[in-house]
Ligand binder design. Structure first.
Ligand code: F6R
Ligand code: ZN
Length: 192
């Protein structure tokens, strides 16, 4: 990769970047143990390993001083009453932040830190979200028909700690209910 300034565009309406290096697709099987309704999860997985979200990454060295960018596309859908979401993670270098810009769709960013604080922030087009150092983050798509599309920027040396969330989950869940979208405590948080 040349060390020169570069540009890319996010053409509408698909918003797939005009240039990217990696295209990651994450399916239902990658979120084993994360959805509350295990029966609904098993039934859905039995039918198909459904595509939940995709990430288009621009490659740069994973080094301090670099910035990693890309596009995250979470598809609409639910497992039981719980909306499709990303795996979510802490950064391996905990003291690294991230910025998200929501380009399309509707949803939430579920966040928590090791100190036990939680924030669930609504995402809508035009919204910029600053995720401070130490905060794990997971995007959730709550639209019934539209993708949740966000552009992200984070330090090159951040790395990803997926294991902590795989083991304990997030403290908050985003669920559908007869009364509408609700944010509830996760009864299974850290119960594995
Ligand atoms: C990078 C970051 C995003 C996510 C993407 C997919 O640090 O937060 O690029 O990687 O939204 O989510 P995960 O990585 O949790 O599968
Ligand atoms: Zn991140």
């Amino acid at each position: 990769m040349p060390d020169l300034p570069f540009t890319f565009t996010l053409p509408t309406p698909e918003l797939i970047p005009s240039h990217y290096d990696n295209h990651i697709q994450r399916r239902l099987s990658a979120l084993k143990g994360q959805f509350l309704d295990e029966k609904a999860y098993a039934e859905m997985l039995g039918r198909e390993d459904t595509l939940l979200y995709e990430v288009y990454e621009i490659t740069r060295p994973q080094a301090a001083g670099e910035l990693l960018t890309g596009l995250s596309v979470v598809h609409p859908g639910k497992v039981g009453g719980e909306f499709f979401m990303t795996k979510g993670h802490f950064h391996a270098v905990l003291e690294t932040a991230e910025v998200y810009l929501c380009l399309k769709g509707e949803g939430f960013m579920v966040m928590e830190n090791p100190e036990g604080e939680c924030v669930v922030e609504r995402l809508a087009p035009g919204k910029v979200l600053y995720v401070p150092p130490r905060w794990a983050h997971r995007s959730v798509c709550t639209s019934r028909q539209e993708d949740l599309v966000t552009f992200f920027i984070y330090p090159g040396n951040s790395g990803h700690d997926y294991g902590t969330i795989e083991q304990q989950g997030f403290r908050k869940l985003v669920m559908d209910s007869p009364a509408g979208i609700v944010i509830v405590d996760n009864p299974r948080w850290n119960k594995k």
